[in-house]
Design a protein around this ligand. Structure first.
Ligand SMILES: [Zn+2]
Length: 120
């Protein structure tokens, strides 16, 4: 697999689809409070004890979803920005090209495998 214009175009299409999916998921579990900031939705079910318990459980689920989705969306946007700037596929840490196989599997990857392993 080679990094060329076609490869980047495909990754871009891929990232744009992913961005729409993430936005939809965020829409259903959060309220957007700013450009790139979302708050987990708190759904008011009622004042009974079991209703309160269900509210908290749902909120906690939305909260963990929110964090995951927000980070994913942030990375997708970052990758799309890199494509526009022409430095897509370059590791942010060591500035070497990221393996295209890795970009194929994770189009929003911003670091190469080596650097990723080091940061874990
Ligand atoms: Zn690297």
């Amino acid at each position: 697999m080679k990094m060329n214009a076609k490869f980047i175009k495909e990754r871009k299409a891929n990232l744009e689809v992913r961005r729409e999916e993430l936005k939809k998921e965020l829409d259903s579990s959060t309220d957007q409070v700013a450009e790139n900031d979302y708050d987990a939705k708190f759904i008011d079910l009622g004042d009974k004890e079991d209703e309160n318990a269900a509210e908290v459980a749902m909120f906690e689920k939305n909260l963990s979803m929110e964090k995951t989705l927000e980070i994913s969306l942030f990375n997708v946007n970052k990758a799309l920005k890199k494509i526009d700037e022409g430095n897509y596929g370059i590791c942010e840490k060591c500035e070497r090209p990221i393996n295209p196989e890795r970009l194929n599997a994770f189009p929003s990857a911003t670091a190469c495998m080596k650097c990723k392993e080091k940061s874990l």
